[in-house]
Design a protein around this ligand. Structure first.
Ligand SMILES: *[C@@H]1O[C@H](CO)[C@@H](O)[C@H](O)[C@H]1NC(C)=O
Length: 381
């Protein structure tokens, strides 16, 4: 009897151990699955009028899609969706989830429209009451339109005071997002911000990197637009490595990490567009060659699928520079800097290798039959 009890106890004990081990392993694999889902961003921005609808997006090639842009109403400090965007934003999430039910969507607020948009952000962020209006309305708008998160695109806070107010805004935003999740029982909204490629912008004070790390899920580092309509020479739009002027994605990533942003919260941005310039001399067509201005469009911007057309129609010469990781093409005096498949695959490999959170493209409508998106997706290995 006592022997039997003993044996039974041993059996129970080993069963308990097995149960415990099973639980531990399930927990660990759950953690792993969770961190896989939570960890990587293979993202892209979309906007209405970019040439494709949300339903056109091959969302199987993305983990996150950013819907651009909701606006800050300067008179009320509320986040609003313009009437022209309302219909397509309301169905954005269900549209992109048709092909990929697990893709997550973020409503992006603001954008690169310049002066008054940035001024309105600065004004809103300067008072606690207007910050609260902004924050509360952003959460309500995200929920009522079915988004999984919010993305702040303030281009850019450019004074010490604005940087300090940005820090307050992000702290209060995170607290409100957490409180809303607790009271609604839903997953907390994701919170990201599109930022300058490096933490040092115009103001003497850098971005509040530590506060951003503590309150944002990640930052989207806009590592492009290094050359544009203001330039007097050709040069790589979005070099990964320093072409000689210090403007590169790698310089920006290193500076963000140095400033206190963990690599695992940095998402590296690259362009699905290029910039076209007019060469001063058709025979001088390398980097830093003199130009007389932009070409093809007023600010020289041209999406990737138009670049591939241009190359075939004009039999343009294409060059991939593996030192800086950038491509260009030229025909006569027209010279275009852009990211091709080789550029994208190298950048994604870099992002993975440096332990970054992921990558994003501005903007998915620029792709050519999804070749860049597919290349990016396949290169995160
Ligand atoms: C690539 O760009 C760098 C930086 O401008 C330059 O020094 C180098 O000669 C270029 N390489 C090629 C193969 O054009």
């Amino acid at each position: 009897m006592s022997n039997l009890l003993h044996v039974t106890r041993q059996k129970m004990a080993s069963n308990d151990n097995r149960t415990l081990l099973f639980l531990v392993f399930s927990f660990l694999s759950l953690l792993q699955i969770n961190s896989c889902i939570a960890q990587n961003v293979k993202g892209g921005y979309w906007f209405l009028g970019s040439g494709i609808t949300a339903s056109d997006i091959d969302s199987t090639l993305f983990t996150h899609l950013f819907c651009a842009f909701a606006d800050l109403d300067a008179s009320t400090n509320q986040v609003v969706i313009s009437s022209s965007n309302a219909q397509s934003f309301a169905t954005f999430t269900s549209d992109v989830q048709q092909k990929n039910p697990s893709v997550l969507t973020l409503l992006s607020i603001g954008g690169g429209g310049g002066g008054s948009i940035a001024d309105n952000f600065a004004s809103m962020a300067s008072q606690s009451s207007s910050r609260k209006t902004f924050i509360d309305s952003s959460i309500a708008l995200a929920r009522s339109n079915g988004f999984h998160g919010l993305d702040l695109d303030w281009e850019y806070p450019d004074t010490d005071a604005k940087m300090a107010n940005l820090a307050l805004l992000l702290q209060e935003w995170r607290a409100a997002v957490a409180a809303e999740a607790a009271s609604s029982g839903k997953d907390a909204l994701l919170l990201s911000a599109a930022v300058y490629y490096r933490p040092h912008y115009w103001s003497p004070t850098d971005y509040p990197a530590a506060v951003m790390a503590a309150n944002l899920d990640w930052i989207n580092a806009m590592a492009y637009d290094f050359f544009g309509s203001w330039s007097s020479t050709t040069g790589p739009l979005a070099a990964l490595y320093n072409p000689g002027n210090g403007l590169s994605g790698d310089d920006g990533v290193s500076a963000w990490i140095q400033a206190g942003m963990p690599a695992g919260q940095i998402v590296l941005g690259f362009p699905f567009y290029g910039r076209a310039f007019t060469l001063a001399d058709a025979n001088n067509h390398g980097y830093f060659a003199p130009i007389t201005g932009t070409a093809i469009s007023p600010d020289g911007s041209i999406v990737y699928n138009q670049i591939t057309k241009y190359i075939s129609q004009h039999s343009a010469t294409t060059v991939y520079n593996s030192t800086v990781v950038s491509a260009y093409c030229y025909s006569g005096t027209t010279w275009i800097t852009y990211d091709d498949t080789q550029t994208i695959s190298t950048k994604v490999g870099y992002a993975k290798g440096r332990g970054l959170k992921g990558y994003f493209a501005w903007h998915v409508g620029g792709d050519d039959n999804w070749v860049l998106s597919q290349t990016a997706w396949n290169s995160w290995t």
